[in-house]
Design a protein around this ligand. Structure first.
Ligand SMILES: NC(=O)NCCC[C@H](N)C(=O)O
Length: 412
C-alpha cells in the first residue's frame, strides 16, 4: 500500500485520532409514535437539545485531538460525482421499492433535479409523499384508495449511531449487513462513501464484510482488541454465520488477524449489541453489566492449521482468561457497572452506562447521568469524560454507539 491508510484501528483503546459521527438531523423529526418500534426507538427525542448534546460530544473529542468526520458531509462529497449520484439514486430506488410504483418517473425526476446537499438530506431524512407532485389518474382505483404510509423513502433516524453500520478492523473495514431493514440503508450509503470518497478510495482499503451478504452483523458487536484479535458479540443482531464469514475473510487475507473471540450474550432488545453490556476501558480493563455475566458463552475461532478448509472453534470457560490469552496479559480486570447494586446496574445499563468510548488508554467518554457506574470506573483508576445525554439516549445508545473510530494511535 503506497498511501497512508485511511483506516487504522488496531486496538479498542489507543488514542482516538479520527472518528466518523453523524449529527442528528431532520430524520429524527420524522419519527412518529406509530412507527417507533419499526424504527427501533422507544421515545420521541427533542431534536434541538439532541443536537446541542451531540455538538458537545464532538467538541469533547476534538479538544482531545481527534479529527471528526461527518457522515452527511462525506455523502455530499461523493454525490458531487455524476456517476456516483446516478448509481446511488438507482440503488436507492430499487431498495425502497420506488421502481415498482406508478409514480416512479415523477420521483426519479425529483431526485435527479435536487442539488447535492438536498439529495444527501433526502437519502438520510427520507422523502415524504407530499414532496412529489404526482396526480393519480381519476379512472384508476388508486385515485380513490390511497395508502396512508407517509414516505417514499423512509427516514433513517438511527444514523447517529455510526458505530453499527461500519467497523474498522486493522486497515480494513467491515461494511455491515444490518439485522433490520430500518438500518440497512445506513450501510448502503456507507459503502458508497467507502468506495468513492476522495480521501478513502486511493488508499484501496480491504473490505472484510459487505452489506449485501445475507447474514447480519452490526458494529456494536465488533471490538477490535488488538492487531491480531477481534472480539465479536453473538447477539440479537449478529448471527453465528456472519461471524464465521467475517473470520474467514480476515484469515484468508493478509489482515494480520489470527483469532476471533466470540462472546455470546442473551438475545434481548435491552442488550442488543455486545457494547451495550461490555466495553474496553484500558489496555487491561473492561466494564461489564453484572446482569449478564452468568449467561455469557465464549468461543475462540482460529484458522484451521491445515489450511482454509474449515475454522477451528474452541469453547472457552472463562471470559477473563480468554481475554488475557487474546491480549497476552495476566492482569485483566473486569469492572462491574452500577456500583455493586443490582437495581442501579440495570437502570444505568438501560441508559448505556456500559457503552463507554475509550479515547485513550484509561480515558473514556460516558453519559453523566450514569453516576454510580462512572464513580465505580473512577475508583478503578479510569479517567471519565462525562457528556450530557438526556435526549441522545432516547435512541438507546451511548458514546460508543455514536462513534465509528477510523484511526487510533498505536499503544506504546
Ligand atoms: N451499538 C449500539 O448499541 N448501538 C445502539 C443502536 C440503537 C438503535 N436504536 C438500534 O436499535 O439499532
Amino acid at each position: 500500500m503506497s498511501q497512508k491508510p485511511f483506516y487504522n484501528v488496531k486496538s479498542e483503546v489507543g488514542k482516538l485520532e479520527a472518528v466518523l459521527l453523524h449529527r442528528p438531523g431532520k430524520e429524527l423529526e420524522r419519527l412518529t409514535p406509530q412507527y417507533l418500534e419499526e424504527l427501533l426507538f422507544d421515545d420521541i427525542p427533542w431534536l434541538g437539545k439532541m443536537r446541542e448534546e451531540h455538538d458537545l460530544f464532538a467538541e469533547a473529542l476534538r479538544q482531545r485531538g481527534c479529527k471528526v468526520y461527518y457522515y452527511d458531509q462525506m455523502l455530499e462529497e461523493v454525490l458531487r460525482e455524476e456517476s456516483v449520484r446516478e448509481e446511488l439514486i438507482t440503488e436507492m430506488a430499487e431498495f425502497t421499492g420506488i421502481t415498482k410504483l406508478k409514480e416512479k418517473a415523477a420521483i426519479l425526476d425529483y431526485l435527479k433535479s435536487r442539488d447535492t446537499h438536498s439529495l444527501a438530506e433526502i437519502f438520510i431524512a427520507g422523502l415524504h409523499k407530499n414532496e412529489i407532485n404526482y396526480k393519480r389518474e381519476s379512472r384508476s382505483l388508486s385515485y380513490y384508495i390511497t395508502d396512508d404510509y407517509p414516505f417514499y423513502i423512509n427516514p433513517i433516524p438511527n444514523l447517529y449511531f455510526t458505530r453499527d453500520p461500519g467497523a474498522v478492523i486493522g486497515n480494513g473495514v467491515s461494511i455491515n449487513s444490518m439485522k433490520t431493514r430500518a438500518r440497512n440503508r445506513e450501510t448502503m450509503i456507507l459503502s458508497y462513501i467507502n468506495r468513492y470518497h476522495h480521501e478513502i478510495k486511493d488508499t484501496a482499503p480491504p473490505q472484510w464484510y459487505d452489506y449485501k451478504y445475507a447474514d447480519a452483523i452490526e458494529g456494536g458487536d465488533i471490538l477490535t482488541l488488538s492487531d491480531k484479535v477481534v472480539a465479536v458479540g453473538c447477539s440479537a443482531r449478529t448471527s453465528p454465520l456472519a461471524i464465521e464469514k467475517l473470520a474467514e475473510n480476515l484469515f484468508a487475507s493478509d489482515s494480520g488477524y489470527k483469532e476471533v473471540l466470540v462472546i455470546q450474550i442473551p438475545f434481548k432488545r435491552a442488550y442488543m449489541h455486545l457494547d451495550t453490556v461490555f466495553t474496553m476501558l484500558d489496555v487491561n480493563k473492561f466494564t461489564i453489566f453484572p446482569g449478564i455475566e452468568d449467561d455469557l458463552k465464549v468461543f475462540s475461532i482460529t484458522a484451521s492449521p491445515e489450511g482454509k478448509e474449515y475454522l477451528d472453534i474452541t469453547p472457552k470457560d472463562d471470559l477473563r482468561k480468554a481475554l488475557g490469552q487474546a491480549l497476552g496479559r495476566d492482569d485483566i480486570k473486569i469492572i462491574q457497572s452500577g456500583g455493586g447494586d443490582k437495581i442501579t446496574a440495570a437502570r444505568e445499563q438501560w441508559n448505556d452506562s456500559t457503552n463507554t468510548l475509550a479515547i485513550a488508554p484509561g480515558t473514556v467518554v460516558t453519559y453523566r447521568r450514569n453516576q454510580a457506574s462512572n464513580e465505580t470506573l473512577r475508583k478503578n483508576g479510569v479517567e471519565v469524560v462525562e457528556i450530557e445525554g438526556s435526549e441522545l439516549v432516547r435512541g438507546r445508545g451511548g458514546p460508543r454507539c455514536m462513534s465509528m473510530p477510523l484511526r487510533r494511535a498505536p499503544i506504546i
